[in-house]
Design a protein around this ligand. Structure first.
Ligand code: ZN
Length: 233
């Protein structure tokens, strides 16, 4: 078993979950799953990539493969990304000034739950920013149950209990997926990593079998521009 992002064979525990985090690049299953998909891309010098909240290991790989001025890393708090000093500040609730049809790839993992405004707004703009042949790689920490969201000023402990973390605005649920993300995005019926990768590849990347099939916090959704249903051609 080795991290498919950085090549390390050492994994460390994360609370009760044993040997899930890469000791070198700190990737978790979701980042290794995401990188399985990204590593298959045939990146071109002209491809513009927007990588939101970049993961260290993925950043290091992509910055070697891409022309640096075409690789934009961004976050609401760029100061947290010392390994990527050119990370720009982008607020996903203020996207009007961002260019249309610019990015061939947008990488967006475990961000939707943090956005403190209507996520249809952010998703519409991100898809507006994609090129006609672009792909939005979306990883969502899906949870069981029904969609829940709260913009009130909840005490951190209350927010943490309800949403799993004190800076989470919502639980994005699987049970009523058709009623929220499904209303605005054309989502694949299901996620099945084995359609893309062999069991051997998945095992070797230390991605446990329960995450191979079905929507979970580690599933990677590949969306085309007009999979955003509110955007017209
Ligand atoms: Zn690693």
């Amino acid at each position: 078993m080795k991290c498919n992002v950085c090549g390390s064979t050492e994994f460390i525990d994360m609370k009760s979950r044993k040997r899930v985090k890469c000791a070198k690049c700190f990737s978790l299953e979701r980042t290794r799953m995401l990188y399985l998909f990204l590593s298959r891309l045939e990146l071109d010098d002209h491809d513009q990539v927007l990588h939101l909240a970049p993961e260290k290991g993925v950043f290091e790989k992509l910055s070697k493969k891409l022309v640096l001025e075409n690789y934009v890393t961004a976050d609401i708090q760029p100061e947290f990304f010392n390994f990527a000093p050119k990370t720009k500040k982008i607020d996903l609730c203020e996207l009007e000034d961002q260019p249309s049809n610019k990015y061939k790839y947008i990488i967006n993992s475990h961000i939707l739950e943090h956005i403190p405004c209507n996520i249809a707004y952010s998703l519409w703009h991100l898809h507006r920013m994609l090129t006609e042949d672009g792909i939005h790689f979306l990883v969502v920490p899906f949870v069981k149950g029904k969609y829940d969201e709260c913009f009130q000023d909840l005490p951190p402990a209350v927010r943490s209990k309800r949403f799993g973390q004190e800076d989470h605005m919502r639980n994005i649920s699987i049970d009523d997926l058709d009623q929220h993300l499904g209303k605005i995005l054309s989502l694949p019926k299901d996620f099945d990593a084995t359609l893309f990768f062999t069991e051997e590849e998945l095992k070797d990347a230390n991605i446990p079998e329960p995450f191979w099939r079905g929507y979970s916090m580690n599933s990677v959704i590949m969306l085309k521009k007009y999979d955003m249903k509110l955007l017209s051609a």
